[in-house]
Design a binder for this molecule. Structure first.
Ligand code: C2E
Ligand code: MG
Ligand code: MG
Ligand code: MG
Length: 290
């Protein structure tokens, strides 16, 4: 009986795997189609400079409304795109679209675009970035590329060359999800980041009694300051969290406390009201228009 049971289990498991692979292939195919038919969108979440309480830029975040499954999280479909070899194409589309949208925001507003480690390993990336900027007619310092620690697991010489090449173009570099990866701190010595983004995992719960997160945030901020880098606290949702990260010295905040990711049209409208930003919305919203 035990043997039977074992075989039955195995059979069941294999069928499960088969169904999963099939689902994945379907998702890949849907994603290919979305790229052609325009099913992908970028939403934009404000990043606020705490010193001036103004919008310094927006992070571009991929959105895909799947024809039958509804809104899928980029955390899920970006991984599918990476495995299917589609992320280079999707990433290029995102870079061009973000630069194009930013062109309407005015000189003082930046856009931050997430770059997958696979894109970062593509020697064509600098040329793609250059042409996206030129096509949109925007200055290179207004584009910030968000990169995760995992790029340091790749070939060291190629990584160094890519950093040098991107810096040569004049784009800004941000280290995303800091503190969640496997890398050592050694790479901070030579990687020319302008900003460290403190992962929301450190912000969440930081205000709870006995939490060690505040101490971790404080030490990331002091490390960043010593290296002349800005710090963005990600995922700030409450007034208490905002007060805390402000007190701990973070220079920027991105989170629901200021705004959720907005459609391109809503981001443009927000910028049109001025760059002042408070937790209750744009400061000039209540003032008469000039
Ligand atoms: P990320 O780059 O760390 O982006 C921040 C994520 O935190 C976004 O999730 C954003 O919507 C969410 N977030 C912002 N503020 C808050 C908050 O106050 N509370 C909570 N709970 N969440 C907040 P999203 O849009 O689901 O994106 C997830 C991840 O997918 C991104 O993490 C990024 O790694 C990846 N991703 C998104 N767009 C792209 C893209 O164009 N290319 C690549 N390669 N990856 C992308
Ligand atoms: Mg990001
Ligand atoms: Mg992040
Ligand atoms: Mg993240």
């Amino acid at each position: 009986a035990a043997k039977d049971n074992g075989r039955g289990c195995y059979h069941f498991y294999a069928e499960d795997l088969h169904a999963e692979a099939k689902e994945r292939r379907q998702l890949e195919q849907d994603l290919r189609e979305a790229l052609v038919t325009g099913g992908l969108e970028l939403h934009y979440q404000p990043q606020v400079a705490l010193g001036t309480q103004t919008i310094s830029g927006f992070e571009a975040l991929l959105r895909w409304n799947h024809p039958t499954q509804g809104r899928l999280s980029p955390a899920k479909f970006v991984a599918v795109a990476e495995e299917a070899g589609l992320i280079t194409q999707i990433g290029e589309w995102a870079l061009r679209t973000a630069c194009h949208d930013m062109a309407q925001w005015g000189e003082d507003v930046r856009v931050a675009v997430n770059v997958s480690p696979l894109q970062f390993a593509n020697p064509a990336l600098p040329a793609i970035v250059t042409s996206a900027l030129a096509e949109a007619g925007v200055a290179s310092h207004r584009l910030e590329l968000e990169i995760t620690e995992s790029v340091f697991l790749g070939d060291g010489d190629a990584t160094d060359a890519m950093f040098a090449s991107l810096k040569g173009i004049g784009v800004r570099l941000a280290l995303d999800d800091f503190g969640t990866g496997y890398s050592s701190l050694g790479y901070l010595k030579k990687a020319p980041f302008d900003k460290i983004k403190i992962d929301q995992g450190f912000v969440r719960g930081a205000t709870m009694a006995g939490s060690r997160n505040g101490a971790i945030i404080a030490s990331i901020v002091s490390l960043a300051n010593a290296l002349d880098m800005e710090t963005t606290a990600e995922g700030v949702e409450t007034m208490d969290e905002l007060d805390l990260v402000h007190r701990l010295g973070c220079s920027h905040v991105q989170g629901y406390i200021f705004a959720k990711p907005l459609t391109a049209a809503d981001a443009l409208e927000l910028v049109g009201k001025g760059l002042s930003m408070t937790p209750s919305g744009p400061r000039s919203a209540r003032a008469p228009r000039r």
